[in-house]
Design a protein around this ligand. Structure first.
Ligand SMILES: Cc1ncc(COP(=O)(O)O)c(C=O)c1O
Length: 415
């Protein structure tokens, strides 16, 4: 029996030739992370998320260090996504009021917003996490939210959105269909769409969403500095539409220019729109068709965010796609670490990069990728655990019952 190999990759040597990316300067101007962090730190309950070190696993894989920015408990919402939705709503409100500063969480601030803007409804399409973050942010600010999900979205994810006060609409099709539908319905109903992806004429809000994510890296840099590390040498980041990846690489490119960490964008092989765009290689974003049937629900996106793509085309050193068992392995390794390493609760989308890193370091056929990225015993690798246990039933199927095992042919290296 043959199996899909764990890792397929496309090198993007062009990224190394770009000294300064115009897309990065436009979307992630210098100082933006300081601004977003100042906003997030005013949210009641805000805490810096942990940066966990896995030194035993790093040694086993022949790396200097593995650092995991653990978003599994961010604002009790189990994923990083709320950082984007909250900052976008805040920026939208400021722009609607025509003000530069607004203490939106104070009684005075919310009274002003209500007086001037009345009753607003925010709408979003989601595979679960973005909608939960938008619903949470809207309800904290006293606004309504309507969240569109596709038919394969799990009941647990739907309940998590509803428990934040939003109305959930289930549509036929995929995440990309939900994006289109919510946009049409919002125009008819006068809702304000908070999307994590852009289209021509709709660019401010997705830019704010992406900028909101940079708070994670402002925190990470402080946490690394406390360990005497100036920057990660490498970063692996998972991608759906590519907004998280663009925020990651945009932040690091703005801070370090050509000295930024070497980077890998990781996608499911069933929803590899950025990989496909890199493979075609003419600089344009391309969609990935099909039913996007992957356990990595947060990464099940067929249409790249065109704004994010511009950043990734300039800054991502390699694009990787992998089957579901790679993410499943990552979930299990995070949950049952080597003795001495901390455990991490990581969902399917969160764990994809750890799974990919393990196969990249251990599979003989990945030697050229390791070499071109310069992954070795001096490397300090940053991963983002972008979600915790966001779908408890499926989480247990994978972690407890062993769903999506690594095919026998690819297990031998650890025995
Ligand atoms: C847990 C998780 N990780 C990663 C991503 C990928 O983010 P993006 O769609 O911006 O590429 C998502 C998107 O929803 C997600 O929910």
């Amino acid at each position: 029996m043959t199996h899909t190999p764990p890792i397929s990759w496309i090198d993007n040597p062009r990224a190394r030739t770009i000294e300064q990316s115009q897309a990065v300067d436009e979307l992630f101007p210098s100082g933006i992370a300081r601004k977003t962090r100042a906003f997030h730190s005013r949210i009641p309950g805000y805490q810096v998320s942990p940066l966990k070190s896995l030194p035993r696993l790093a040694a086993m894989l022949g790396l200097g260090g593995i650092w995991v920015k653990d978003e599994s408990f961010r604002l009790s919402l189990s994923s990083f996504k709320v950082l984007g939705g909250s900052y976008a709503i805040y920026s939208f409100v400021k722009s609607a009021l025509g003000v530069d500063e607004l203490d939106i969480f104070s009684a005075e601030g919310s009274r002003l917003v209500r007086e001037k803007l009345g009753d607003l409804t925010f709408a979003a399409a989601t595979d679960g996490n973005h909608g939960r973050g938008v619903a949470w942010s809207a309800s904290r600010l006293g606004f309504n939210a309507v969240i569109y999900v596709h038919e394969k979205t799990s009941q647990a994810r739907i309940r998590a959105i509803e428990s934040n006060g939003a109305k959930v609409v289930v549509i036929e099709g995929t995440y990309d269909d939900a994006v289109r539908q919510v946009n049409d319905d919002a125009q008819k109903n006068g809702w304000q769409v908070i999307s994590d992806t852009s289209w021509p004429g709709y660019e401010d809000i997705p830019r704010w969403v992406m900028q909101g994510y940079t708070t994670m890296f402002a925190e990470t840099q402080e946490q690394l500095a406390a360990q005497g590390i100036i920057k990660p040498s490498h970063v692996l980041v998972q991608a759906g539409v590519g907004s998280l990846a663009a925020a990651t690489l945009g932040f690091y490119s703005q801070l370090f220019g050509p000295g930024r960490p070497r980077s890998v964008v990781v996608e499911p092989d069933k929803a590899a729109c950025l990989y496909r765009s890199a493979e075609i290689g003419d600089g344009q974003p391309y969609s990935f068709g099909g039913d996007l049937d992957t356990i990595m629900a947060g990464l099940a996106c067929g249409d790249p965010n065109p704004q994010a793509w511009r950043v990734l085309w300039d800054t991502a050193d390699a694009f990787v796609k992998c089957p579901d068992y790679v993410a499943a392995k990552g979930m299990r390794v995070y949950g049952v670490p080597l003795a001495g390493d901390p455990f991490v609760v990581s969902g399917e989308s969160g764990a994809a990069t750890l799974g990919a890193l393990m196969f990249i370091m251990q599979r003989p056929e990945c030697a050229p990728l390791r070499a071109s990225l310069g992954l070795d015993s001096r490397s300090e690798v940053l991963l983002i655990n972008s979600e915790g246990n966001t779908d408890p039933t499926y989480f247990r199927r994978v972690v407890w019952s062993g769903r999506h095992p690594v095919p026998e042919a690819y297990t031998t290296l650890e025995e």
